[in-house]
Ligand binder design. Structure first.
Ligand code: FAD
Ligand code: 2HG
Ligand code: ZN
Length: 452
């Protein structure tokens, strides 16, 4: 054992330092299997103090540290880079499993970074409250990972992304200092907001060990609606129409035929409606059954399914939620997660396939779906070699040309680090780099993520 591994073993316990290649393998490939790199070991600290010890050991020696939660990230940020100058220590947060009783007076909870979204949501629900972020990777994605990526998900139009739930964090810097801001004060104007700085920091500034999170009154879900539409313009218009009539609208999702066909094939599901359509809007409405009756005021397309009971709603959601796994079953996807102003989204969609095929060849398969209420389209392309970035660049440039962003919710990671300038000005990037150098002067936290 080298002196680093020996020091890590002293810090977290020998059994929490993994060096066996078979054990490392599961940590070193990202969820899409497009990104992988080398690590000398995995360290699994069980407290903020142990995280501090791991970071000091690595920073003193200039050894990179890649922080990993549930490893469901989709931009390669949770695994070491392929071309890294030296192998990293992979710091797994999965043992940071503190979950305090829900503070029902404040409607807040303190959760460790390694608690999964599903565990957090169940814990809040048992107290009659709801956590505002939900996404299909809920069984693995962690509190720390969702903060570090500022994850969005299916209820963003109702509750905002993860940063809107974040009232405080406990986090460790590379010098071993532990920052703790966990009082959950709704009013607190005392200088820089370090908590919010860490939302979306993608493991480049600090290791988040716990968070103080906002909870919402649990709301009954009254209905899910799946409507067959002609394309993204019709879906956006129907979304706006439902929003105007139903204040309880809590999700508005977009699907197209190509993705639906893949899901049906992978999961063995029947056609969801009476006939196939080019595209679909899936909406979810909260409220009482009487409030959901206002759906009758909306000019819904003739081929629309409305599910009122839990089983029926889950059956409709499966067509949307199973996209990511169905696409991965068909190949290693190029994932571009863009948001476009709603007023220009149809124009963008109109040019997308041409741009993909011009960059990646005529055989590319383009699968588009996403969170239409947030103008967020997930563009997945199957066909080009995983290492070929031509298609990625073409799609992200097109999004920027339409006034959009190159990352709506997944982050920049390694996948888009070279293209950050498409969404951020030189001044902004310089300021972001200055923050990074100030908090991590040795530059060991996730090198190659966010910045090249
Ligand atoms: P990881 O993948 O382990 O890490 C992600 C990034 O955060 C990395 O850069 C890592 O270094 C950093 N990080 C992790 N933990 C910490 C920590 N404690 N401190 C500092 N840095 C840390 N995302 C959405 O936004 N919306 C969706 O709807 C959505 N749906 C998904 C559906 C599926 C099926 C899958 C596979 C993924 C989906 N994602 C979605 C992407 C992913 O789930 C999110 O990005 C999630 O936030 C990642 O959490 P994680 O714990 O898996 O983080
Ligand atoms: C979703 O909305 C996720 O389902 C994953 O953000 C998107 O697989 C994708 O491209
Ligand atoms: Zn998404």
């Amino acid at each position: 054992m080298s002196s680093l591994e020996a020091d890590l073993a002293m810090t977290v316990g020998a059994e929490q330092v993994l060096t066996d290649p078979d054990l490392l393998d599961g940590y070193l490939w990202d969820w899409t299997r497009r990104y992988t790199g080398a690590a000398r070991c995995v360290a699994r600290p069980g407290s903020a103090q142990e995280v501090a010890g791991v970071l000091r050991c690595c920073a003193d020696r200039g050894v990179p540290v890649v922080t990993q939660g549930g490893n469901t990230g989709l931009v390669g940020g949770s695994v070491p880079g392929a071309g890294a100058k030296q192998p990293a220590v992979l710091l797994s947060t999965r043992r940071l499993r503190r979950l305090d009783p829900v503070d029902t007076l404040a409607a807040q909870v303190t959760a460790g970074a390694g608690v999964t979204l599903a565990e957090l949501r169940a814990h809040a629900a048992a107290a009659g409250l709801e956590y505002g972020v939900d996404l299909a990777a809920r069984d693995s994605a962690t509190v720390g990972g969702t903060i570090a990526t500022n994850a969005g998900g299916i209820n963003t139009i109702r509750y905002g992304p993860t940063r809107a739930q974040l009232l405080g964090v406990e986090a460790v810097l590379t010098d071993g200092s532990v920052l703790s801001r966990m009082a959950g004060l709704a009013a607190d104007n005392t200088g820089y907001d370090l908590t919010q700085l860490l939302a979306g920091s993608e493991g480049t500034l600090a290791v988040i060990t716990a968070a103080r999170l906002r909870l919402w009154p649990a709301e009954p879900v009254a209905a899910a609606v799946l409507a067959g539409v002609s394309g993204v313009a019709a879906a956006a218009n129907l979304y706006a129409e439902i929003r105007a009539h139903l204040p309880g609208l809590r999700a508005a999702e977009y699907l197209e035929a190509a993705g639906l066909d893949l899901v049906r094939e992978a999961a063995g599901l029947p056609l969801p409606l009476g006939r196939p359509h080019p595209a679909y809007l899936l909406a979810e409405i909260a409220g009482t059954p009487e409030q959901a009756e206002r759906l009758g005021e909306v000019a819904l397309p003739d081929d629309t399914a409305v599910a009122l009971d839990r089983g029926g709603r889950a059956a409709l959601w499966a067509y949307r939620e199973r996209h990511t796994e169905a696409i991965s079953k068909a190949g290693i996807p190029h994932k571009m997660d863009v948001a476009i102003p709603l007023g220009r989204i149809a124009e963008f969609r109109g040019e997308l396939d041409g741009a993909v095929r011009a960059a990646g060849g005529p055989d590319c398969r383009v699968i588009v779906f996403g969170h239409i209420g947030a103008g967020n389209l997930h563009v997945n392309v199957l066909g080009p070699d995983p290492a070929d970035e031509a298609v990625d660049e073409a799609v992200l440039r097109l999004a920027a040309a339409f006034g959009g962003t190159i990352s709506a919710e997944h982050g920049i990671g390694r996948a888009k680090a070279g293209l950050l300038h498409l969404s951020r000005s030189p001044g902004e990037i310089a300021a972001m780099r200055a923050v990074r150098s100030a908090l991590d002067p040795s530059g060991v936290l996730n090198p190659g993520v966010l910045f090249t």
